[in-house]
Design a protein around this ligand. Structure first.
Ligand SMILES: NC(=O)c1ccc[n+]([C@@H]2O[C@H](COP(=O)([O-])OP(=O)(O)OC[C@H]3O[C@@H](n4cnc5c(N)ncnc54)[C@H](O)[C@@H]3O)[C@@H](O)[C@H]2O)c1
Length: 414
């Protein structure tokens, strides 16, 4: 008999690609989600968000191995239940642990002692243990594992098949069942304790958040002292393998990196200085960009500013926690007239008009469609470095006078 998998939060950015992946391996997968609109779209074979290769992969399994519904009663007939609902932080930047425990309690009546429950949301350290102890009382015999998701949003289907899967549990049989399950889709299984697995996932996201903050702070330092950061970046990375992975500056946002850095900090008595420093840098970049444009335009009051790209990452439609909205807010406090647009929003229809009528521009996110735009001589700010040609560093930056050129020529002859 086919293993039946139910995924709670199954029509979300993690749940849906995971469900498609298991379904494509022949598992019977049911996505359970409270978002009725997303459930309908999925059953109609339409991806509710941008995911590389998603639509094609969804169409190949929907109605055969995959189905979506809002009714959680289906869990009663499932061998495995995977939880991938959101795990945000609250207004004080502490993990909202009850978000995940409430979901488990909501579906508790449908769980039974023969099932494997897999937590896949990103959890603060200790939350797996908390849930394990809770379930031991409420559902004795139920097996619990924590198997974090490590894909980059938008590329999940491709990455799930290629990356090792971290598997953890408090009991050996739970760990073995989870390892067997994920062996169907992942090339390798890495076994950690639940605490190690929780930290591994958080370390991965906070490392990226800090890495981007380094680029962002270096960008702000360079530009503040009149140096062109993109030229420096090119010099640092050109044929210099040690720095080939150096991050580029950019608005560092999205639903995971910031909140996971804060989750880690909260679990370490808020002594995660690197994480907090990164937050100050990354969250400070929008104001810096606006001030750069303000200085180039000698003020922003009444000026029409085209803000291109509202998503949190290039070529993606997700605007969750996007810092482009902070840029817009800061521009408005300077009394600029903001004309924002995004390729994935209805405002895209206004792009031509925005390009024609704006006095200046800020690049919010470098969607492919924005890379080769003609802005004329109008001022712009682009921390991503896509609107300036790759510098030719074999040419001297020194502005030559006719006499110095002549002298150089003479010296060359000697
Ligand atoms: N987005 C990513 O690329 C990514 C990558 C790795 C890990 N994560 C982690 O995965 C988790 C989910 O993130 P996401 O981006 O997929 O979030 P999401 O908001 O895209 O998906 C969550 C889904 O859960 C549904 N949901 C909420 N409450 C529910 C309930 N009570 N019952 C059923 N469904 C419910 C929502 O409708 C939504 O569709 C988070 O912990 C996140 O940190 C996300």
């Amino acid at each position: 008999m086919k293993t039946h998998i139910a995924i709670l939060g199954g029509c979300g950015h993690v749940g849906l690609p995971l469900g498609i992946t298991f379904a494509s391996r022949g598992y019977a997968v049911t996505l359970v989600d409270i978002n009725a609109r997303a459930v309908k779209m999925v059953n109609d074979g339409i991806m509710p968000f941008v995911e590389a290769g998603g639509e094609e992969a969804l169409k190949s399994v929907i109605g055969k191995f995959l189905t979506a519904m809002t009714d959680g009663a289906v869990l009663k007939d499932s061998d495995v239940v995977i939880v991938v609902t959101g795990t945000p932080v609250d207004n004080h930047l502490n993990p909202r642990v009850s978000d995940v425990t409430d979901v488990i309690d909501q579906y508790l009546p449908f769980l039974n002692s023969s099932q494997l429950l897999v937590l896949r949301s990103t959890l603060a350290p200790g939350v797996t243990e908390l849930i394990w102890k809770h379930l031991k009382k409420e559902k004795p015999g139920l097996k619990l594992a924590f198997c974090p998701e490590r894909v980059a949003q938008g590329y999940a289907i491709e990455e799930i098949y290629n990356f090792p899967q971290i598997v953890s549990a408090f009991e050996a049989d739970a760990e073995d069942r989870a390892a067997e399950l994920f062996s169907a889709i992942a090339p390798e299984i890495l076994r950690l304790t639940p605490r190690e697995a929780e930290l591994a996932k958080l370390f991965s996201n906070t490392w990226r958040y800090i890495h981007f903050a380094i680029a962002n702070q270096h960008y702000m330092i360079a530009e503040s002292c009149g140096a062109d950061f993109q030229r420096i970046y090119h010099a640092l990375t050109h044929n210099y393998p040690r720095l080939k992975n150096l991050a580029r500056p950019g608005l560092t946002a999205g639903p995971c990196l910031f909140k996971d850095t804060m989750q880690l900090s909260a679990s370490y008595n808020n002594n995660y200085f690197l994480g907090h420093a990164a937050m100050l840098v990354n969250e400070g970049l929008p104001t810096f960009l606006v001030e750069q444009l303000e200085s180039k335009m000698q003020g922003l009051e009444g000026k029409r500013i085209g803000l291109l790209g509202m998503a949190f990452k290039p070529d993606h439609d997700d605007t969750r926690e996007s810092l482009s909205y902070k840029v817009r807010k800061v521009l408005r406090t300077k009394m600029a007239v903001v004309l924002d647009t995004d390729v994935y929003q209805p405002t895209h229809a206004k792009l031509d008009e925005i390009l024609k009528t704006s006095d200046g521009f800020i690049l919010g996110v470098p969607h492919t469609e924005y890379r080769d735009l003609k802005l004329g001589n109008r001022p712009f700010v682009d921390c991503w470095g896509v609107w300036t040609p790759t510098p030719d560093l074999s040419q001297s930056p020194i502005k030559r006078t006719p006499s110095s050129t002549k002298r150089a020529e003479q010296m060359n002859r000697v």
